[in-house]
Ligand binder design. Sequence first.
Ligand SMILES: [Zn+2]
Length: 449
Amino acid sequence: MTLLLLSLLCVIPNQYKITCDGRDVLVEPERVELQDYVSLKSVAEVLGLSYIMDNTTQRAYLAGDGRRFVLIPNITSVQFNDSYYNMPFAPIYKNGNVYFPVQLITTTLGSAFEKLVFIKRIKEVPIINKVSIITREDSTILKFSWPRPVGFDVRFSTKRAIVEIDGVYKDKPTLKAKGAINSATLTPHNTYTSIELGLDGVNSVIERDDEVVFYYKVSDRVGSIVIDPGHGGVDPGAVGKKGLYEKDVNLAIGKMLRQLVEDSLKIKVIITRDRDFYLSLKERTNIANRNAADLFVSIHCNAYRKSSRKSGFETYFLSAAKTNEERAVAARENASLKFDDVEMTNDDISFIFYDLAQSAYLDESNRFAEYVQVSAEKHLGIPSRGVKQAGFYVLHGAFMPAVLVECAFISNPDEEKKLRQKRFRQQLAYCIYRGIRNYIEDYERRLNN
Ligand SMILES: [Zn+2]
């Protein structure tokens, strides 16, 4: 089986196709310090020139039409007929052969011998051997077979997915739809292959090295949660007067929360970052969607520039902000987009609310936020600011109930001090954990009634 598979695999290597006077040659380059060099002998052949390498004098001679070109490896100076010229790069000598810089062939040899030379780089294009659709109990899988992982891109909505693979498909373009995939069209292109799929009842999509898995819900149990500690890396989030970084507090609480959920709830926890690194807002939601997560919670700390007295805990879900205060909180958190070089205009912000993914979960997200907020109200000992709604980019596009918590005000010196304490962080994690637990209990109770 392995042998058969290996014999089917093949890769077109990186090559140059050099064409001149109706002749052509495919050559593999030698790469030295970002320059590509090809065998001078092959170039001479395709240009119709005679080639002599004199190993005693280390000189290579090219001749044709009464003209003569002399060059020496590693020397930029060349002789053409009776004159000397300087080239920007010298030819090189390797394994007994002289190699000539690819980018100088047309301008130097081509003009010296008045030949029209065409050079085309043939990129390494992997060949996809087989694409198939497989069904499993909980999913339908689009599976590829290729020599090594190649890039592919998946875009999907609830009814349709388009997969574009950076590889060429040489077989018959037929693909049989089954399971959650109710139609499948494979279109081979010169350098890539696109596959369009019609979907039925697909809840989420996961991309792996050689397959795309389309999951449908077989169980309504809450099986997994994504914990997203806000900011990280170059993006510190809000910074307290005494220099406490929001990103560090979010990470500490996120990790404590992960521990609590894993220990007590027996559901799978996916944390978007467990170290101090930068992660775009889009990637955070993508992680949740790719993992088919059932819940999403993004952890943040609040800040208010105009007064250092504002304090308390609040929980948000994605919907149009009703107050300027809510709008300001979302604007501050969305400012992380600047690290992705994404400029947000007011139109973009209003576009967030027309989010099909989150509007399908609007009620559940609201309910989830209530449970988290009520838990904080009871156990935290700082003011409860209530459940709020605003346009958070990080919640946009999440295919699951999703909330964003603002744990306390890092801009308030008292709360900044508290946020430094391990005990208070633990309390915050515990409040969020209780909210998650109570929401799950309520959700599963409602399903069984
Ligand atoms: Zn934040």
